[in-house]
Design a protein around this ligand. Structure first.
Ligand code: ATP
Ligand code: MG
Length: 260
C-alpha cells in the first residue's frame, strides 16, 4: 500500500492541518508513526479545531517558561516519538542545536525497524547525534511499558525532559524521578499536561519555532532573571485559562448559529 499525497489546494481554509494529517498517514507506511499515532493525531486535531488552530496567550506564556527551563537546566533532553519526528523533524533539530539538548528516541510502541526509521528521518533533517538507539539502556522502574527503557546518557541522567505528545504514565514517572518535565499537548484535559511542570497547549508544529526563538532571545538573561520568570509561571492557571478559552470560543461559535 502506498498512499499518494492528495492534492490539497493551498487556499483550503484548513490547508496546514490537512497537510499534517497526510504527513502522519505517510509516516505510518514507513513505520515512523504507529497505528495508535493516527488516533493521537485525531485527538490533537479535534482540540486544535476548538482552539482555532492558532497560538494563544496561554501557549506563549508556557513557551516562555519552557525556554527558561531549558536555559536553567544542567542537562536537558528532548524526547522524540514517531508523530513528532514525522511532522517536525527539522524544527526538532533546530531546537536541539539552539538549546544544546540532545534528541532521544523514546517509543511507546516498539516494532522491528521503527527506531531505525525514526533515526533516518532525524538524520535526514540534519541531526548529528541521536540518543536512544545505541542498544545501551537504563530502566525507569516506575513504568511497566516499553517506555521504561531510556538511554543512560540521555533521559536517565537528565534534570529536565521535554516530552511533547507524551502519555500520562511516563510523564508522572519522570516527575516522580525528580525531573523537570515540559510538555506540548493540545488536550488540556489529558493526564500529561496535568502532571507536567510546564504544559504548552498548542500544536507542536507551531510551538517548536517559537520555543527555539525564545531560547535564542533569552540567552543573554542572567540565571536570576530566568529563575524569576520561571517562578512566576503557574501551570495550573495556564491549564485553566486554556479550558476557559475553549469554552468561551465554543459559546461564541454557538451564538453565531442563526435561525434557531
Ligand atoms: P493521557 O495518557 O495523558 O491521559 P492520552 O492517552 O490522550 O492522554 P497520548 O496518546 O498518550 O494521550 O498522547 C498524545 C496527546 O498528544 C493527545 O492528548 C493529543 O491530543 C496530543 N496531540 C496529538 N497531536 C498533537 C500535535 N500535533 N500537537 C500537540 N499535541 C498533539
Ligand atoms: Mg495516554
Amino acid at each position: 500500500m502506498s498512499a499518494k499525497m492528495p492534492n490539497i489546494p493551498k487556499d483550503h481554509p484548513r490547508y496546514k492541518a490537512m497537510m499534517i494529517r497526510e504527513n502522519i498517514i505517510k509516516g505510518c507506511e514507513t513505520k515512523v508513526v504507529a497505528p495508535a499515532g493516527l488516533i493521537a493525531q485525531g485527538r490533537g486535531e479535534a482540540f486544535d479545531y476548538i482552539i482555532g488552530e492558532k497560538t494563544e496567550k496561554f501557549s506563549l506564556d508556557a513557551i516562555e517558561a519552557a525556554a527558561c527551563a531549558f536555559l536553567l537546566a544542567e542537562y536537558p533532553v528532548i524526547s522524540v516519538n514517531g508523530n513528532v519526528a514525522q511532522i517536525a523533524a527539522e524544527d526538532l533539530v533546530k531546537l536541539s542545536e539552539e538549546s544544546g539538548a540532545p534528541l532521544e528516541i523514546n517509543l511507546f510502541y516498539r516494532a522491528p525497524g521503527r527506531e531505525e526509521a525514526i533515526l533516518k528521518v532525524l538524520k535526514e533533517a540534519g541531526a548529528k547525534t541521536v540518543l536512544g538507539v545505541s542498544g545501551n539502556s537504563s530502566i525507569i522502574k516506575e513504568l511497566s511499558s516499553d517506555r521504561r527503557i531510556v538511554d543512560p546518557d540521555g533521559i536517565f541522567k537528565a534534570d529536565m525532559v521535554f516530552v511533547p505528545l507524551e502519555d500520562g504514565d511516563r510523564t508522572q514517572a519522570l516527575v516522580k524521578l525528580g525531573k523537570k518535565v515540559i510538555t506540548v499537548d493540545l488536550n488540556p484535559l489529558s493526564r500529561t499536561p496535568n502532571s507536567a511542570h510546564v504544559s504548552i497547549i498548542d500544536n507542536i508544529t507551531r510551538v517548536l519555532p517559537l520555543l527555539t526563538e525564545q531560547i535564542k532571545n533569552y540567552k543573554n538573561k542572567t540565571k536570576e532573571e530566568l529563575k524569576s520568570i520561571y517562578n512566576s509561571y503557574n501551570n495550573k492557571k495556564i491549564l485553566k485559562d486554556s479550558i476557559i478559552f475553549m469554552s468561551e470560543r465554543l459559546l461564541k461559535l454557538s451564538a453565531e448559529i442563526s435561525g434557531v
